[in-house]
Design a protein around this ligand. Sequence first.
Ligand SMILES: CC(C)(COP(=O)(O)OP(=O)(O)OC[C@H]1O[C@@H](n2cnc3c(N)ncnc32)[C@H](O)[C@@H]1OP(=O)(O)O)[C@@H](O)C(=O)NCCC(=O)NCCS
Length: 162
Amino acid sequence: MHKIRRAEPKDAKQVRQMSIDLEEAMFDLHKKNKQTIFAQKPVIASKHSVKDHAEWFAGMDGKKDIDLTHMWYVLEVDGNVVGYINGQLEKENVGHLDSLYILKSYRGKGYATAMVKKIKKWFKLKKVKFIDISVDAPNKPAQKLYEKLGFVKKTHIYGLKV
Ligand SMILES: CC(C)(COP(=O)(O)OP(=O)(O)OC[C@H]1O[C@@H](n2cnc3c(N)ncnc32)[C@H](O)[C@@H]1OP(=O)(O)O)[C@@H](O)C(=O)NCCC(=O)NCCS
């Protein structure tokens, strides 16, 4: 049994850990792929404490979806939090899909697809007309996921290791 629900303060520790894992996974991907530049050493996710996350999630508490500018959902399978997605309104009519992570042993079961569809509904409620997401060049699984969901590539950001 799985459900996708809004993140709550009690999820703060797991979500923070998954965001650190996501950043480290991207760093490793860049390291493995000699064609691309190395990503920066992971530091961003860990800058935000469990308390920060708990405060963000508490800030959504009791508010209607339509009144939020940031949304965090978690994926719960058999009572365990095993994934998360978050998005925010960027500018008028544009939503930014910030991050998405599913724990390794839960991948390949359609959960990420369900998470993206869920946040897309929230974006639509917020009258968003365009959803932006940036994906690291070597992250083929994520590219396939988004393309399968109808996203199209709109820019290339080049990097040079100096
Ligand atoms: C990318 C990620 C979110 C996919 O999660 P998931 O729950 O396994 O995805 P789904 O089961 O919904 O898969 C949907 C589609 O994505 C693509 N996909 C997912 N994993 C893939 C893989 N390892 N290789 C190739 N394509 C893959 C496929 O097209 C798949 O459709 P299919 O099963 O019909 O072939 C997950 O691998 C993950 O958390 N990775 C690390 C974090 C990350 O990359 N996040 C995205 C940052 S932008």
